[in-house]
Design a protein around this ligand. Structure first.
Ligand SMILES: Nc1ncnc2c1ncn2[C@@H]1O[C@H](COP(=O)(O)OP(=O)(O)OP(=O)(O)O)[C@@H](O)[C@H]1O
Length: 359
C-alpha cells in the first residue's frame, strides 16, 4: 500500500522541523510547505528577524527539508491571511473589541486554506508543530487534548477547528516535551535546534496594535473621546477606543491617586468606562460563533472548565445553549476581565469541548 501523504506546515522553527522528521520516521510521504502570509514580496526576501514567515523562516525550513530529504515549497496565502486575519483584526478593534488573530489564522488560513490546497494536490493530511494532541473519542468525534507538557499548551488557539479539519490533521510533537523536541533536533543535526520560539502576533511589531490599526484604517479610526465612570460622569479624555482593552490599567494617562481599570468600551458613544479593580470581575458571559469538539452540543446545563484568554488557567462554569449559535456561561467564582472579541474555550477534562467568541 502506498504511504499516506502529509503536508507539514514548516515555519522554520524547531517544532515543525521535528514534526516533519517524526512523520518521516513513521513512514509517511512528507512534503514541507511554508506559507507566505503577510510580508510583501521584497520584505519576504529581506526580513531577517526570524518572524514566522520571513527569510530566515524560509531559509531555515528549506535547509531542514534538504537535510530530511523531503520536497519543499513556499505557497502564497497572503490574500486569505489579509481577509480572514488582518481585516478581521482591525474590524474588531474598530468595534471596541479585542480579537485573537491566531485563532482566526488557525481556522481559516493554516487549516481551511492550507488543508484544501493540500487535499487538492493529493495529500491525506496536514501536520503542524503545535503542542497538542488529536484523538478520536468513543463517541466518534475528534478532539484536541492538552499536550503532555502543560507549560507549552496550545489548545486554546485550536478550539475552532472543525471535525473535518481534525480528521485530516496530525500533531506529532504533542506527545513530547519541548526539551525532548530540541534534543531530537540536535541529534539529527538540525541547525534550528536552539532557535527561539516565535513572537505573539506575527504581523505586529513591538506590540504596537494601535499604530498598526492607524496605518491600516486611516480616517476610519475612531477619534479621541471621553473617559467616563459607570454613571456617565466624564473624568478625562482618551486617545481613541482602539487603544484600550478590558482590565487595562497601564497607559491610561490619567491620575486618580488609586489604581483604575478599563471596565467597558462603548463604541456607540465612543466612551471608555473606568472603575475599580472589583468592577472588572463578573460571574457570567455570553458567546457566539460556537464550535463543538469533544461533544456534539450542550445538553441542558453542563459543568465545564472555561478559559477566557490564552493565559487564563481556567474556571468552572455552568454552560447552557441560548440560541442557534450562542451559549451562556455562569461561573462558580467571579472571573476577571471578560473581554468581548476574545475566545471562551471550554474543557471537558483534558479535552477541548468547544468554544465561542465572547460577546
Ligand atoms: N508561515 C508558516 N508556514 C507554514 N506553517 C506554519 C507557519 N507558521 C506557523 N506554522 C505552523 O503552525 C505551527 C504553530 O505555529 P507557531 O507560530 O505557534 O510556532 P512555534 O510554536 O514557534 O513552532 P515552530 O517551532 O515550528 O515555529 C508551527 O509549528 C507550524 O507547523
Amino acid at each position: 500500500m502506498a504511504a499516506k501523504k502529509v503536508v507539514v506546515g514548516m515555519s522554520g522553527g524547531v517544532d515543525s522541523s521535528v514534526a516533519a522528521y517524526l512523520l518521516k520516521e513513521q513512514g509517511y510521504d512528507v512534503i514541507g510547505v511554508t506559507m507566505q502570509i503577510w510580508q510583501d514580496e521584497d520584505e519576504f526576501v529581506q526580513e531577517e528577524s526570524g518572524g514566522c514567515c520571513g527569510l530566515s523562516a524560509v531559509d531555515d525550513a528549506r535547509r531542514v527539508a534538504d537535510r530530511l530529504g523531503i520536497p519543499y515549497y513556499v505557497m502564497n496565502f497572503k490574500q486569505e491571511f489579509k481577509k480572514n486575519v488582518m481585516d478581521y483584526f482591525t474590524a474588531e478593534y474598530l468595534k471596541g473589541r479585542t480579537p485573537n488573530p491566531c485563532i482566526a489564522c488557525n481556522r481559516y488560513v493554516k487549516w481551511e486554506a492550507l488543508l484544501n490546497r493540500s487535499l487538492a494536490i493529493g495529500a491525506d493530511y496536514i501536520a503542524t508543530g503545535h503542542y497538542a494532541r488529536i484523538e478520536q473519542l468513543s463517541n466518534g468525534r475528534y478532539a484536541i487534548k492538552n499536550s503532555v507538557t502543560a507549560v507549552k499548551d496550545q489548545t486554546y488557539a485550536l478550539y475552532n477547528l472543525t471535525q473535518e479539519q481534525l480528521s485530516h490533521t496530525l500533531m506529532p510533537v504533542g506527545a513530547y516535551h519541548k526539551d525532548e523536541i530540541r534534543k531530537i533536533a540536535e541529534e539529527i543535526g538540525l541547525m534550528v535546534a536552539h532557535k527561539k520560539d516565535s513572537q505573539e502576533i506575527c504581523f505586529i511589531s513591538d506590540n504596537d496594535y494601535a499604530g498598526f490599526i492607524d496605518r491600516e484604517c486611516g480616517d476610519q479610526v475612531p477619534p479621541p473621546g471621553n473617559f467616563v465612570l459607570t454613571d456617565g460622569t466624564v473624568v478625562g479624555k482618551h486617545k481613541g477606543i482602539t487603544h484600550y482593552t478590558i482590565g487595562q490599567r497601564k497607559g491610561l494617562g490619567i491620575a486618580f491617586g488609586h489604581p483604575v481599570f478599563v471596565t467597558e468600551i462603548r463604541p456607540e458613544t465612543n466612551e471608555v468606562v473606568l472603575g475599580e479593580n472589583r468592577d472588572v470581575f463578573t460571574y457570567e458571559l455570553d458567546a457566539d460563533h460556537i464550535n463543538f469538539m469533544s461533544i456534539p452540543d450542550i445538553q441542558d446545563e453542563m459543568l465545564l472548565k472555561a478559559k477566557i484568554r490564552y493565559s487564563h488557567s481556567g474556571s468552572m462554569c455552568k454552560v447552557t445553549r441560548t440560541g442557534e449559535d450562542t451559549i451562556h456561561c455562569e461561573f462558580l467564582e467571579p472571573v476577571r476581565a471578560v473581554t468581548p472579541g476574545q475566545a471562551v474555550v471550554l474543557y471537558d477534562g483534558e479535552y477541548v469541548a468547544g468554544g465561542g467568541t465572547i460577546l
